[in-house]
Write a protein that binds this ligand. Structure first.
Ligand code: DCB
Length: 505
């Protein structure tokens, strides 16, 4: 509240003095210039508090207003939510650097991130010579790799300078006085004659997507998932772990915990083997109850036939047909339900010889009951062989092809494969991914996750994260042993859960 009041106060008339900003202070010129232009304000008691640390929200909103960036709707009640989202969309920062949560927005921003944001906002094309500029920074080794480029460029232009010992102190906070100096120096480099830095036009804008009430029946148009009106939608949410092992996470309170943070999707992983449906068909009741809860919370729900150790989907074709006929009859015409007919085919099988004939049979069964349903189809090698499907695609509409990745195992080559598939007209849905390695452990691979999340966001690809459980493994979103009876609090989120729950919107 206090911050909002301070930022919205009337601009200081040029020439007026703050009680704690004196002419002899090194920051006198930049503070009075910034305040005089109305970019930053003092406090009601007449002070400026030059040494107070500036928050991420304050720095971004000041830079955004200086550049004329228009706020965009954000499903976020923070006072700076709209400008934060606009800055994110403009590529000034990445989702994982300032996750959309008031606590992150209000934290003091690090100097390295502040410099990156300021450089992206005012001088996005500037570059610094590595050898020349890094030699100016005594504590260069303290810098995180992703900030080398903007910091070197900022030194090259004289926008950033070190302290009297030559240190940049990348991870310390930025004071309000330092922020004024940084911003007023950078302002001189802004492209002339234009207000806002234009948003990147090569990146399709991802509309904020809501739930079933807002979007209704889904359909696939080209490579995009669209709502009832034909507008693109993006679904994001959690996948359950094996329903035979973690039914206690399928409560209204737990599912609501994901919806409250912006999830509009829940995936229900019904293992077929490993003690799942084939040996204990009653697990389908856990699935149906969870679908009904998600539905009641206005979320889309994926019914996932979770083949894994039984890697050839053909092995249990008949059981799959029986199950999907029953599920389709139960949810006939319900816009919330999406069918995923084979989680991860694997082993000595091919797309054209095993998965495609299986898909043709099961899609036929579902469509005979519910002609409109969107259906997700996997591919060999744990749903990574999109290139095989692209050579011999299914002749049905409203089909999407799943691609599954684990950030610690799968990198650029799989993203390239997705791009090739999209270019060939294949709609792609990431119905399972993890911040861990492919076995659910290792990591957290935070930087790799960031790359994947940006990639999916730029393409409007929908996703579900593995997994909503508290198993003692990296990919679990909840800390082992957390009391989830009343839902999932922030403190009960694992490292993975914090990243993922912060990325739903
Ligand atoms: C997928 C499966 C999913 C599996 C995760 C993580 O498998 F769809 O069921 O989940 O990715 O491996 C793990 C759980 C563990 C559990 C194990 C067996 O996290 O708690 O013990 O299932 O039920 C993948 C995905 C990719 C690859 C390999 C597997 N890959 N895999 O690329 O090599 O072997 O399970």
């Amino acid at each position: 509240m206090m911050l909002a009041v301070c930022l919205s106060m009337a601009a200081l008339p040029a020439g007026a003095a703050f009680s704690d900003v004196k002419e002899r202070d090194w920051f006198y010129d930049s503070v009075t210039a910034m305040a005089g232009a109305g970019h930053i304000n003092g406090y009601p008691d007449g002070s400026f508090r030059p040494n107070e640390k500036i928050s991420g929200a304050e720095l971004v909103s000041i830079a955004a207003r200086m550049r004329g960036l228009a706020p965009v709707p954000a499903q976020n009640a923070h006072w700076a939510g709209g400008l934060m989202r606009a800055a994110l969309d403009a590529g000034w920062y990445d989702w994982d650097e300032l996750p959309p949560d008031a606590r992150n927005y209000d934290e003091p921003i690090s100097r390295q991130l502040a410099v990156k944001i300021v450089m992206r906002a005012f001088a996005p094309d500037a570059r610094g010579d590595y050898a020349v500029e890094s030699a100016k920074i005594a504590d260069f080794s303290q810098l995180d790799g992703r900030y080398y480029e903007p910091v070197l460029a900022a030194y090259a232009l004289g926008i950033a300078t070190g302290d009297d010992r030559g240190n940049f102190e990348p991870k310390s906070g930025l004071s309000r006085a330092q922020a004024c100096a940084l911003l007023s120096r950078a302002a001189g480099f802004a492209p002339a004659g234009e207000g806002a830095a234009p948003p990147e036009t090569s990146v399709p804008v991802v509309p904020v997507s809501g739930g079933v009430g807002e979007n209704g029946h889904l359909r696939v148009i080209g490579t995009r998932l669209c709502n009832e009106n034909g507008d693109p939608v993006v679904l994001r949410g959690m996948s359950s772990h094996g329903l035979q092992w973690f039914p206690r996470f399928m409560t209204g309170n737990v599912i609501r915990s994901t919806a409250e943070r912006g999830a509009n999707l829940l995936r229900l992983a019904m293992y077929t083997a490993e003690g799942g449906y084939l040996s204990d068909p009653s697990v389908k009741n856990t699935l149906y109850d969870a679908v009904d809860l998600a539905r009641a919370l206005d979320m889309y729900a994926i019914i996932d036939w979770h083949i894994l150790s039984d890697g050839d989907p053909m092995t249990h074709l008949e059981e799959a047909e029986t199950f999907f006929r029953e599920a389709a009859e139960r949810y006939r015409g319900d816009p919330a339900v999406i069918y995923e007919i084979c989680n991860e085919p694997n082993g000595n099988i091919t797309w054209s010889g095993n998965v495609k004939p299986y898909a043709e049979a099961v899609i036929g069964v579902i469509r005979a009951v519910d002609p409109q349903a969107v259906i997700l189809v996997g591919s060999p090698t744990w749903s990574q062989d999109l290139h095989e499907a692209a050579k011999d695609p299914l002749a049905f509409d409203n089909i999407m092809y799943t691609c599954h990745f684990y950030a610690g195992t799968h990198g650029q080559w799989l993203r390239d494969r997705i791009d090739e598939a999209l270019a060939r007209g294949l709609p792609v849905f990431v119905s399972e991914w993890g911040v861990s390695a492919a076995d659910g452990g290792g990591g957290v691979f935070a930087a790799e996750t960031g790359e994947w999340l940006s990639f999916m966001e730029e393409r409007g690809i929908s996703w579900a994260n593995w997994s909503l459980c508290d198993k003692n493994e990296t990919s679990a979103a909840v800390r082992p042993g957390a009391d989830i009876s009343d839902g999932i609090s922030d403190g009960e989120l694992s490292e993975s859960g914090k990243i993922v729950f912060g990325a739903f919107r």
